[in-house]
Ligand binder design. Structure first.
Ligand code: GLC
Length: 475
């Protein structure tokens, strides 16, 4: 089957979060399963020269969105069994960051329209176009719009994946024509209209042939107004075509046995290298070098729904348990400042790296004993899986994909890989951190078994890629 995967970021080309990991690894897994897969991305200024040198220029077209008439170049390259296409327009994509500009709506309307108009320029016509999050939500809409007068695309099926329902792409009603170039029928029939605004995610959910989200538990939670950010009625309306498929991680790239970012490598059987990674992390981040202190890590965007407020609230009590803490991530200024000031207060015990760094994140996973992820909501979450793969025992809240990927190791559970708490309350989080620290100090052999189970768990895409393949096939 010919599958075209459309995303606004993909690792290793450009990344701000988990979406990039998925877009950079699911297509490869699908290709390994026998599908003919390509991915199409914006050619951001951030994509390095090293990758650009490997790309071939193919052709250019002009893309019209409303009254705008824009150049659109197409580059491509082959990498790990997948064809990667890059859409070139420097005005839109040569910016300081990937997102966050005043004209993001216009930029991704251009990208979505470009994807549709470039279809004849690709190696083959896709059978399925798989879109991801609000940035690509207009692809199924534009496709349907042109399909009425374009036979070649009429039979293409579309899949839309919700990675996070919090970001929906909402714009004022007046943008319908001016920004998106769509006829008022798209508003009048209720496809785009939601609570008086244009809502791109809603439109994609209604128009696509299948809707997926990134874990079975999150798929259930999306029916609940506490999680759905206003889209619960739409979720119910599309439940007949909604699937929850748990993400995997790229087990080849995330492998402590060969990871070049680490100061020492290790395997579940031969763990000496992990001790070296811990010592190296402590020294390089200015923590007291001590093999016996439990080193806990947080690698996360520093925003509310990741549970950072619980960490702040319980901070001193966490530190009273005698742990060291490393925080890596950027986000709300308040949280960034909070962790910086704690690093100052707890010199030698807390390190705050307010940045985003792929290489440093790998060194942190490898050096850590414990990994804290107390998310308020978590569609899937990948870092808990990466942490387990690198032998850091996860402490997570039982929600979304965290509930689907971490098994409780509380007394009596034979297959536990981490610790979970239910209610979003600081006391409950502190309770399980305390249990983890006690296990670490009081029963190191038991702790190591839990750690080992995580390291040998299968978080590969194999099963989930087959689920996606079946979803495509059934369309
Ligand atoms: C979003 C979600 C995260 C998920 C990722 C990849 O970033 O917040 O939970 O793992 O997308 O699907």
């Amino acid at each position: 089957m010919n599958v075209l995967f459309v995303a606004s970021e993909a690792f290793p080309f450009c990344k701000t979060g988990g979406l990039a990991d998925v877009a950079g690894s699911l297509p490869i897994a699908l290709a390994e399963g026998g599908d003919n897969v390509s991915v199409i991305l914006p050619l951001y200024g951030q994509i390095s020269q090293e990758w650009r040198d490997k790309m071939n220029y193919r052709n250019y077209i002009y893309v019209d969105v409303a009254w705008r008439h824009q150049y659109c170049g197409l580059f491509s390259m082959e990498y790990r069994g997948v064809t990667w296409y890059f859409v070139d327009n420097e005005y839109y994509f040569r910016r300081g960051g990937l997102y966050g500009d005043y004209d993001d709506g216009e930029r991704f309307a251009f990208f979505s329209k470009a994807v549709v108009n470039l279809l004849p320029s690709l190696n083959c016509m896709p059978d399925v176009i798989h879109c991801n999050d609000w940035q690509t939500a207009l692809v199924p809409v534009y496709l349907k719009d042109v399909a009425t007068r374009w036979d070649a695309v009429r039979n293409i099926k579309t899949v839309f994946t919700i990675h996070n329902v919090e970001y929906q792409g909402r714009y004022g009603a007046e943008t319908l024509y001016d920004l998106f170039g769509l006829h008022e029928g798209w508003w009048n029939d209720g496809t785009l209209a939601m609570d008086g605004d244009i809502n791109l995610m809603k439109a994609a959910m209604l128009v696509s042939d299948a809707v997926t989200t990134v874990s079975p538990t999150y798929a259930m939670q999306l029916h609940d107004s506490a999680y759905a950010h206003g889209l619960e009625s739409i979720v119910s309306a599309v439940s007949y075509k909604l699937h929850g498929v748990l993400n995997g991680i790229d087990m080849t790239s995330y492998d402590p046995a060969v990871d070049k970012a680490l100061p020492a490598v290790y395997t579940p059987e031969e763990m000496e290298g992990k001790a070296k990674c811990k010592a190296d992390l402590q020294v390089s981040l200015g923590l007291r070098e001590d093999p016996e202190v439990p080193l806990m890590a947080i690698v996360s965007r520093l925003v509310g729904h990741k549970g950072v407020d619980l960490v702040c609230e319980g901070f001193d009590r966490i530190m009273d348990m005698g742990v060291q803490l490393v925080v890596l991530g950027k986000g709300d200024e308040y949280y960034e400042d909070f962790f910086r000031s704690q690093a100052y207060r707890y010199g030698g015990r807390v390190a705050a790296q307010v940045t985003y760094s792929e290489a440093l994140s790998r060194r942190i996973y490898s050096g850590a004993d414990l990994f804290l992820m107390p998310s308020k909501s978590e569609p899937c979450g990948l870092s808990q899986m990466i942490a387990m793969r690198y032998g850091a025992v996860p402490i997570v809240r039982k929600t979304g994909g965290l509930a689907d990927s971490v098994k409780s190791c509380q007394v009596g559970q034979e297959d536990g890989t981490g610790l979970l708490f239910n209610d979003y309350k600081v006391e409950d989080m502190l309770g399980v951190i305390h249990q983890a620290v006690q296990l670490y100090h009081g029963d190191r052999a038991g702790f190591n078994i839990v750690r080992q189970r995580g390291m040998t768990s299968d978080f590969s895409w194999k099963r989930s890629a087959a689920d996606y393949h079946n979803i495509y096939q059934n369309l």
